[in-house]
Design a protein around this ligand. Sequence first.
Ligand SMILES: Nc1nc2c(c(=O)[nH]1)N[C@H]1C(S)=C(S)[C@@H](COP(=O)(O)O)O[C@H]1N2
Ligand SMILES: [Mo]
Length: 408
Amino acid sequence: MDDASTRRALLKAGLAAGLLSLAGRTRAGAWLDQGFDNGWRELVPYPQKMPLMRITTRPVHLETPFSQFDRGLITPNEAVFVRYHLAGHPLDIDPSSHTLTINGKVKQPLTLTLADLQKRFETVRQTVVMQCAGNGRGLSQPRVQGAQLGNGSMACVEMAGARLADVLAAADVLDGARQIACRGTDQPALEQTPAFIRSLDLTDARRPEAMIAWEMNGEPLPVLNGYPLRLVMPGFYAAYWIKHLSHIEVLDHVFDGWFASQAYTVPDTSDNGVPPGTKPDKTARLTRMKARSFITHPAHGDAIAAPDGRLALRGIAFDGGSGIRRVDVSADGGVNWRQAELGAETGRFAFRPWTLTLDDVKPGPLTLMARATANDGQVQPLVQPWNPGGYARDVVERVEIVVAEAKR
Ligand SMILES: Nc1nc2c(c(=O)[nH]1)N[C@H]1C(S)=C(S)[C@@H](COP(=O)(O)O)O[C@H]1N2
Ligand SMILES: [Mo]
């Protein structure tokens, strides 16, 4: 190779590397559309995070670009969404002085550091879906108040930590105890704002999967995801997964603080819906996640080729912990359905991958839909029941694409 052609080859390689890094990372300064009116969000950098979609600044609320969910089952730490309710959240935490206190209706109150927890209790690991109950709220029709989220307020991560049951056993919970109330070190900016305290029934807190985690994907929790300790309640919406966990109080009654009894509630009807614009007579607390599925490839809005009429679809599904039984796919707006092939199960709380290759695809616009059935019998609805908080969205989503004319 002469000098000039070597230089050209290097230039080409450099260009390819540059293009790759552009495709693999979304750069700050870019904007992404969440798929509803006023849904354009800027990608902004935060410590330990790749550029994520800014939903709100104070408190900080960042969403994961949906394309991330096509890049592998595990959501890397730098891509995991961020959500806070209180503006006074910690930016700098000293792990040697941060403590977790367990008190209330216990024989043996405990105050533990991260190091104490790691020393005293067995470490367990599990791959789990963490999803905000408001994930997809911005897609509510009619629109509802609250943070306008697309479907990027979810993640699938491997958590490591101690079993909550083991820690509660060490504190020796008294007979007659009913709930635990959990909080972290974040503070309201105004005195009138209630603290973010969330309660769990003791029977749920003692489930073997409930944990106090200190590691996410093999690394210490990122600061914005709860460093140094967070509660992890697999199968339950992430509102229970208290970050910067500092206090667990064991109660002999049902806790009724604002964030436990008023926030994250849905109409207490069979489908948790009410006629749009109305208020429910009675509400219920959200606990377990409803079954959902997503097509991760192709992406909504793609113009894509289907050589020989073939189009390979990929996606994910999950539910509140019963596991996914099947995923069905429609390419004609919900008239005909074909069963997708499920990939390996990493755990019943994790994203379950699925694939399906369509083989009769014609050029033109195409509506793709995926519908999950969970092991507990739950099937995703075709029409989203409406609730005032826009919570627990589980409708079969639609991905609109255009199939390009075949090239000859
Ligand atoms: N301390 C604390 N923990 C919290 C919250 C909070 O506001 N403060 N929000 C909860 C809610 S509603 C969600 S969706 C998740 C978000 O977790 P993430 O920021 O790691 O994505 O944290 C939960 N834990
Ligand atoms: Mo949330």
